[in-house]
Design a protein around this ligand. Structure first.
Ligand SMILES: [Zn+2]
Length: 195
């Protein structure tokens, strides 16, 4: 979960961002209380999205998986899911599948570059990139497609979840790569963002 605010207080939150694996009832509760827009991507513990089934998405929010939208002046893109570690896992992708998904964002990224002079401002994903905030167990390998997306789209921010922070990795939640601040938002953070 990530929240953007002008002063770091919940009452000033302008946008709620869910990075996956948060119960949809909880996201719905937050969006009701704060009465602001909410964008989210699904995680590996979330159901498979089905527009016809209410329980597969969060009411009052926008599932941003493989979408890029403009919110105020920010170009925000979403990339749900994580590495495939179970054959029947939901919202899980092989590295190759994840690349295919990332490539599908290219036309919009190029259009943004032409229209706004930049491809993307904020990338929201469930998984971390490969080798950044990820872990050695099969369920927590990062996705290489995210490293590629960051390299070509150069967003100012990349927010992700999936990797829980414990004592041993508590310090490892923020990394800067090129122009991008990569932040593990577990369990939640408030942040003021600017372009
Ligand atoms: Zn997860």
């Amino acid at each position: 979960m990530y929240t953007l605010s002008s002063s770091g207080h919940f009452r000033d939150v302008e946008l709620v961002i869910g990075c996956g694996d948060m119960p949809y009832e909880y996201l719905e509760y937050i969006v009701t209380v704060l009465n602001v827009q909410m964008l989210y991507v699904p995680g590996n513990h979330d159901p498979r999205f089905d527009p016809a089934k209410k329980a597969t998405h969060a009411e009052g929010g926008t599932n941003l998986d493989l979408k890029i939208i403009r919110h105020n002046k920010f170009l925000i893109g979403g990339f749900g899911g994580c590495i495939r570690y179970r054959p029947d896992g939901i919202n899980q992708y092989s590295q190759a599948d994840a690349y295919s998904r990332a490539f599908s964002l290219l036309p919009r990224l190029l259009l943004n570059r032409i229209q706004y002079g930049r491809a993307l401002d904020i990338l929201i994903s469930h998984s971390p990139p490969f080798g950044i905030h990820d872990d050695s167990d099969p369920a927590h390998h990062g996705l290489k497609a995210l490293n590629w997306l960051i390299r070509i789209a150069q967003p100012r921010y990349h927010f992700h979840g999936h990797v829980h922070l414990y004592k041993r990795n508590l310090e490892n939640f923020e990394t800067i790569v090129g122009l991008t601040r990569i932040i593990n938002v577990y369990p939640y953070k408030t942040l003021e963002v600017s372009l």
